[in-house]
Write a protein that binds this ligand. Sequence first.
Ligand code: F58
Length: 835
Amino acid sequence: MNTMATSNPPANTPGIAARIALPSEDEDVATLRRALVAKLAYAVGKDPIVASNHDWFVACALTARDRIVDKWFPSTRNIYNEKRKRVYYLSLEFLIGRLLSDALNNLGLTETMRSALRELGVDLDQLRAIEPDAALGNGGLGRLAACFMESMSSLSVAAYGYGIRYDHGLFRQQIKNGWQSEVPENWLASGNPWEFERPEVLYHIGFGGSVEHSEDDKGVSRYAWHPAETVEAQAFDTPIVGWRGRHVNTLRLWSARAPDPLGLEAFNRGDHVAALASQTSAQAITQVLYPSDETPAGEELRLKQEYFFSCAALQDIVRRHMSQHDGDIRCLPEHVAIQLNDTHPAIAIPELMRILVDVHEVEWEEAWDITIKVFSYTNHTLLPEALEHWGVPLMERLLPRHMQIIYMINALHLDHLKAEGKIDDSELGAVSLIDENAGRKVRMGWLSFIGAHRVNGVSALHSNLMKTTVFSTLNRIYPDRIVNVTNGVTFRRWLMEANPGLTRLLVDTVGEKVLDDPMALQDFAAFADDAAVQERLFGIRRDHKADLGRLISDRLHIRVNPDAMFDVQIKRMHEYKRQLLNILQTIALYDSMRAQPTREWTPRVKIFAGKAAASYQRAKLIIKLISDVANVVNSDPTLRGALKVVFLPNYNVSLAEEIIPASDLSEQISTAGMEASGTGNMKLGLNGALTIGTLDGANVEMKERVGDDNIFIFGLTAEEVEERRRDGFGTREIVAASPVLQQVLEQVSSGVFSPGQPDLYKGLVDDLLNHDHFLVLSDFEAYVSKQREAAIKFDTKSAWRRSAILNIANMGWFSSDRAIREYAENIWNVPVPKV
Ligand code: F58
């Protein structure tokens, strides 16, 4: 057993690193086997004879974790000794998935571990499958945070992630009779071997109460907040190991509890429920991740979550800074960069002001200057309804001092702009932090914008649209503030772990360097026409498709042909992502196949997966439609299996890892201008899928890199979408001009796919005809014809394969390592050490 991991010397003890024996890079099988057996005995408390696979999973994870810890302490000490500036990534979501493969792969231990386990009669792949997904996020925003944590470790950027340790992450999706229902996901039920509980890292978080005003002896106003309620934030640390185990950062997640867990007086009185009330109310804060941005339900609890974790993070950051920099709060920007992942942690801006002004008595102007230098903000959506607004009454009740600070920031901000002549009175309403239109609300996007020195969009198109749409006035006033950092994904997870066969092929063709430098993928382009490489690549892909076929058959009892085109749309269910457009085209294809059953159709499997927010009825109805279409299509003998439709329930990171390497066609068909970036597009392209998509988000940059011949682009551009919405468009004319569309809408509307409930989809179709906000009808014909093109290309094997190779070869730039380098250089001003 590795006993080193249990000692935790102070981070600044000089020379201690030299005394720790790090495990050798090529630790042998026998050593690892002994370590596993020792873990199983002394940490899990099991004899190998009776150990279950779960017991072995825990032993395996703890064995890997020891080796991570051995690298964690030196990493932390180096940062401390070099006084390096740290990045703090604040995110309400970290969609981590499983960690075992990540840990073993980055430590270079996968094969040694496999052999060690094999000698013990245990199969590594079975252990991997046991690990529950840490689903602490909804979708791309949360997954990006997880990819960035991994890349920051891989690049040795000194970073902490701060978030919430939800007891229940995103709900588990069940599909019954086509309808989604939600059940809680209990990812912590059997413990979490990756984390370290830190009972001593505890902060008090206040809510409500009053603000006391006084004057100091110089007559300066001072404010003291006296919260009515206090909860405790307790830390849980997960070490995140980077590629080749070079560096380890910390993901610190907070869990809520009551300072006084049991009201003994009430308990003794016999009122057991009241005795536990404060604990229940405190713990509610970190119970569940809110999947919905649709309803005001739980609004207060969500604001509490946001303040809870932002406040805990700031206390932790300031404590660390003060202890390392002789209590000098004024040099904070030299040592601290805080990235706000969307507006969810935006309350950290007034919180830092409160700490600086009220607690450390820094003058307002200087405090504001420090705050702006410290913060930067990433925007992930232009959808106005998704930009957070908090009602002023709620804010005043829950965070009275913060509301005062926001008023003050706003007053000074507006005064300054007027004095400088940057706005006239007619523009005041547009730039004010308080939206006076529909009830008074605090605009968290505006607060984030003016409280940050950099604001970034996540693709070139999105960043430009930020400048011309939601943030147009603020951008005119602060023209240098908006920058772009196009998203990226970590290749360790999405290539090496998800697709080891392709990774081996890449190493064999372009060399080992591809494991360290994603741009080396470019060299793979030289093999685009190499028949042997094409053959090998498509053998690997065929195996993945057969595996996915088995998964589909096991879970849904649908048989699919692995030689068919796997046409895949996997993402959150949302109208702007247009799963509806996809299913309408599926119906059109079905109609054509039925009309000419003897024609040689390109066999296709339409695969969908994604969760709808619990309160998003329209998205749930679209899932139901997909399922209903699947029932009809899959049981129609005239098609002879040429078309299958599959909705795979409970989409999560692990399922994505199964689907992506098996995908041929990647559906990225959002209404142009609405998908900020997309990251699934990158993961699928990296694994050799060809994209069919609109000129939206990062698709635009993917097209530039892979070339027009290797991507299927269709539909209105963002500008054209704007024009159509402005000038109006005749949906009925569009339908009249397309007999195919007419028939499809008629079928859906009249209940062909829902004979038991013929009117079920009538409202859906009526809405399309009356107000097609997402321009499904406008793009339908262009989409159908691109799909035909895709089918023709798929049948021309060598052309499709060539394009697949060119997609893989040109995806290097979409590595999250590149994205993190850009953040480090253009936003955080932190060094990226050379390796
Ligand atoms: C996503 N946003 C964007 N939001 O939609 C996607 O284009 C982008 O690639 C990705 O961020 C990363 O930048 C996203 O995932 C959410 O999940 C919301 C969180 C708050 C509740 C509603 C969903």
